[in-house]
Design a protein around this ligand. Structure first.
Ligand SMILES: [Zn+2]
Length: 212
């Protein structure tokens, strides 16, 4: 498969545009009408930024890794295969016990692809590890607060029988919020959703090379 986009074109996209693109890749997003999709993206971005501002006020001047340490969330560097099913993993958060894992082999192709001006455009002075630890810190913040999770604030109906409704959450909204959190915490030039686009190119060429 080839990707016909240039990631550098997306660096100037607004968080709203990138967030909407992320939402529309969610398998349940089509169940929300256009105005509700825009409202959901706006809410998710605002939640991520607000949560980062609160944490930044609490831990002024600390890097995400140091904030994780202060919050008692260990960070492990894993050498595991980053691919699980069709999912390529860069990092993950598990709540009990709280832990962040960074997948070294998952991050490597993205790290190589982010050389030169692309890194400066997307990350400013931050590193990929900063961004992914910050992203996972949002998931930690979400699990340790009382508000309903971002992914469950918009719950379209899957199907109905009589008065009974079966509803679903929208997982992409938590990812949009986590990106906004990382962008605000690290003062990134753009929403880190742009890294997904860089990664798609990098990983598809990486897997072609390793299969060759
Ligand atoms: Zn996430």
């Amino acid at each position: 498969m080839t990707c016909a986009f240039q990631p550098s074109e997306f660096m100037s996209a607004t968080p709203e545009t990138l967030g909407l693109a992320m939402l529309q890749r969610d398998p349940h997003a089509w169940r929300l009408d256009g105005a509700t999709q825009q409202a959901a993206v706006h809410d998710a971005l605002a939640d991520g930024s607000r949560t980062a501002q609160a944490l930044r006020a609490r831990f002024a001047g600390l890097a995400p890794q140091q904030i994780a340490c202060e919050l008692g969330v260990p960070i492990e560097l894993s050498d595991d295969d980053p691919m699980v099913g069709s999912l390529w993993r860069f990092a993950e958060y598990t709540p009990r016990p709280a832990r962040i894992r960074l997948f070294g082999r998952g991050l490597a192709p993205l790290d190589r692809a982010m050389a030169g001006t692309l890194a400066q455009q997307a990350l400013g002075g931050a590193t990929l590890q900063d961004v992914f630890v910050a992203h996972e810190l949002f998931h930690h913040a979400e699990t340790t607060r009382t508000e309903p999770p971002v992914a469950r604030r918009y719950r379209p109906t899957l199907f109905r029988i009589g008065r009974w409704h079966w509803r679903t959450g929208i997982a992409a909204l938590a990812e949009i919020a986590a990106g906004a959190f990382a962008q605000t915490l690290l003062d990134l030039p753009c929403h880190p959703g742009v890294l997904d686009l860089v990664a798609m190119n990098a990983i598809s060429s990486h897997s072609h090379r390793t299969r060759a």
